[in-house]
Design a protein around this ligand. Structure first.
Ligand SMILES: [Zn+2]
Length: 444
């Protein structure tokens, strides 16, 4: 990876090409040094945002063409907040740059001829979009010279922290709220992280973890490192536009929990436009949430500027954040760009998982099922023109949540003998054709 050497004299670090210049409050525009450990505004309590020198970034983009850049999370390093090249080199070398899949079969089902899936269910190392954001947290931790990281997680942040911390040689502590997804907690432990189950929901656990961070000085990936963590989400937007040959999609359908992904993709699209790399103003955002936890989508529909917290009750555990910290930013993004919020019930979410599996061969978790269910509803409502370019984000892998999906009838065991097997095959085919005609009736 090409880097610039710092101008500073003794003890100079190898610098990345990051053009980050500091931190600023989203709301009252107060500024802080990039090296500060402050993570929320002391005045108004809102999150802090990383600010950049965009003129410098534009020059770097001219000097270093895409073909010379690594196909990983650091592809657009100018617009990421990590300045220490040694820290950057130890994290996320195989994260990001997930495929943008042309979804012709799902598109045909929904009447969309230019449908794409951004497949973060194949993200490395932990099979979810969280590999993008946690890469930034762990790299920032290394910049600070620390060796322990905590997180509060509904599941995917935990597995991303466990994986990326292990590779970076950092100790990981994962706090799981109630109703955890068993497989994700097991995966964290298998990866060597210390896991603590907390009585309470995500929002309660999040508040307490903030106190743990304050009283111990331990950094938390998604609390004390949050301004850096959030920047990782922009990379999904950068990649989508580049993968579409620098054309911006007409629509992005994105699931929301805390609101980081959609709000920072909005920021990322704006940055591509600022740098003159793509015209991105036309992209509309559609926010998908489960009916049992839809504070952001509800606020968008009601045209309110702030979310009203809810108590989550949904099978989509990775979207079960009732008090989304970045909710107001998502609302602002949808207001500026156009778009909608919509939600899906648990049965619709699992039907979405099945539809994606049957058409595109992708097994996603309930968050991805939520996105597909909402995509289906918006398509049916005529939100998209048939030839609009629509990108839906598949943010997590179904292998981690398979035990939480409704069980399909388990096949009876038969003799390992030709006649029995032929008979069973005939039965299975009959079952398929019954299912097909039921589906056809449903759609008619
Ligand atoms: Zn403020």
């Amino acid at each position: 990876m090409s880097t610039l050497t710092a101008q500073s004299p003794a003890g100079s670090i190898q610098r990345t090409r990051s053009c980050a210049t500091g931190l600023a409050c989203h709301r009252c525009d107060k500024h802080y040094e990039l090296a500060d450990t402050v993570f929320s505004c002391p005045d108004c309590g809102k999150g802090l945002d990383v600010v950049y020198d965009y003129e410098l970034a534009a020059r770097h983009f001219k000097d270093f063409p895409s073909s010379e850049r690594p196909h990983n999370i650091w592809h657009f390093e100018e617009l990421l907040p990590i300045v220490d090249a040694a820290a950057q080199a130890r994290v996320g070398q195989f994260s990001g740059y997930t495929p943008l899949i042309r979804a012709d079969r799902l598109g045909a089902e929904l009447g969309l001829s230019n449908l794409y899936l951004k497949d973060d269910s194949s993200n490395r190392p932990s099979l979810s979009y969280k590999d993008r954001v946690v890469s930034m947290s762990v790299a920032r931790l290394l910049e600070r010279g620390k060796g322990e990281i905590g997180c509060v997680s509904t599941g995917n942040v935990g597995t991303a922290v466990a994986s990326l911390a292990a590779k970076a040689g950092v100790d990981a502590y994962v706090f799981y709220p109630n109703a955890l997804e068993d497989m994700k907690a097991r995966a964290c432990m298998a990866l060597g992280a210390k896991v603590c189950q907390v009585e309470g929901n995500y929002d309660e656990a999040n508040r307490r973890c903030r106190e743990v961070a304050e009283s111990t000085g331990m950094d938390f990936a998604n609390i004390t490192l949050r301004p850096f963590y959030a920047e990782g989400a922009k990379t999904a937007a950068f990649e989508i536009v580049e993968q579409l040959d620098w054309r911006t999609p007409d629509h992005i359908v994105c699931p929301a929990a805390g609101g980081t992904l959609s709000s920072r993709m909005h920021k990322g699209l704006g940055e591509l436009q600022l740098l003159g790399l793509a015209e991105t103003d036309g992209t509309r955002f559609h926010i998908a949430q489960p009916s049992g936890c839809n504070p952001i989508a509800s606020a968008i529909i009601a045209e309110e500027a702030e979310v009203h917290p809810v108590t989550p009750e949904t099978a989509a555990h990775s979207l079960a954040i009732g008090a989304p910290g970045d909710g107001y930013l998502v609302i602002d993004a949808v207001l500026k760009r156009g778009g909608t919020g919509a939600f899906a019930s648990d049965p619709e979410i699992f039907a979405g998982i099945d539809l994606l599996a049957a058409t595109e061969g992708l097994l996603t978790e309930p968050a991805g099922g939520t996105t597909i269910a909402v995509l289906e509803k918006l398509a049916a409502a005529g939100t998209f023109a048939p030839d609009d370019t629509v990108v839906a984000l598949i943010t997590g892998n179904g292998l981690k949540t398979l035990y939480d999906h409704p069980q399909k009838p388990w096949p009876a065991k038969i003799d390992c003998e030709l006649d029995a097997m032929l008979e069973a095959l005939t039965e299975l085919k009959r079952g398929d054709s019954l299912m097909d005609s039921a589906r056809a009736q449903l759609r008619a």
